[in-house]
Ligand binder design. Structure first.
Ligand code: NI
Length: 227
């Protein structure tokens, strides 16, 4: 499932994040990539342990915590430490690759299975050319370039790339989710059910049918969840 969550960050959070990124110490992005990905990765990344990265992670994690759509769509078991990258000048692209299936959290060494990939756009799309996230899932190809503060979720299994940024700078935050529900199909069904139960409630108010469907949602979740 490919899902956009608009305005994950508030205007103030976005402004603060952009200020932190403008004054941050950037490093080569290649270091954190797997062997295949390292050959096509040409961008910059914030060192995990710098002060700016710490503050930025706090902003992003707080924003994720307050988003019911994010929770419902991902059913997170672990959120891999959000990282930050920059594309521009000579370091401006990331060719086709697949993300490593398992990543080790920098602080704790905890293993995180990358069920869902996430990109939070942090630059105004008018400030740069190119820099599209292209996601290929089976035969379908999607081009994603979102407003600053908007988030996109896509399957960790997909081949994807970031096209060259030919003008300006493209700043983004990226991370992965290990979901309590491993199967994309099951997670998709749960999300659709949840969204439509909310809509039923909003349109018709509480009803015995909405209560029963909520029960169905939780019973499916109970059947599929791995806590
Ligand atoms: Ni990737």
């Amino acid at each position: 499932m490919l899902l956009q969550i608009p305005e994950l960050l508030t205007t103030e959070e976005l402004r603060e994040a952009q200020q932190l990124l403008a004054n941050a110490p950037w490093d080569e992005g290649r270091r954190s990539a797997g062997t295949q990905a390292a050959q096509v990765k040409n961008n910059e990344q914030l060192p995990h342990d710098c002060d700016a990265a710490r503050k930025l992670r706090g902003i992003v994690l707080r924003a994720l915590d307050r988003s019911p759509t994010f929770f419902s769509a991902t059913l997170p078991k672990h959120v891999f430490t959000p990282s930050f990258n920059r594309y521009g000048n000579d370091r401006n692209s990331y060719g086709e690759h697949v993300d490593n299936a398992v990543r080790f959290a920098p602080d704790t060494g905890q293993r995180v299975r990358t069920d869902i990939s996430c990109t939070l756009f942090l630059s105004d799309p008018n400030d740069y050319d190119g820099g599209e996230l292209i996601i290929r899932d089976t035969l379908d190809e999607q081009k994603i370039k979102l407003k600053a503060g908007h988030l996109v979720l896509y399957p960790g299994t997909s081949v994807h790339q970031v096209t060259p940024t030919s003008r300006g700078q493209r700043l983004a935050c990226f991370f992965w989710i290990e979901s309590m529900v491993r199967s994309n199909e099951q997670r998709r069904l749960l999300f659709d059910l949840d969204v439509n139960i909310q809509r039923l409630r909003n349109t018709y108010g509480e009803s015995p049918e909405a209560v029963a469907l909520t029960g169905t949602y939780h019973n499916l979740l109970r059947m599929w969840v791995d806590t």
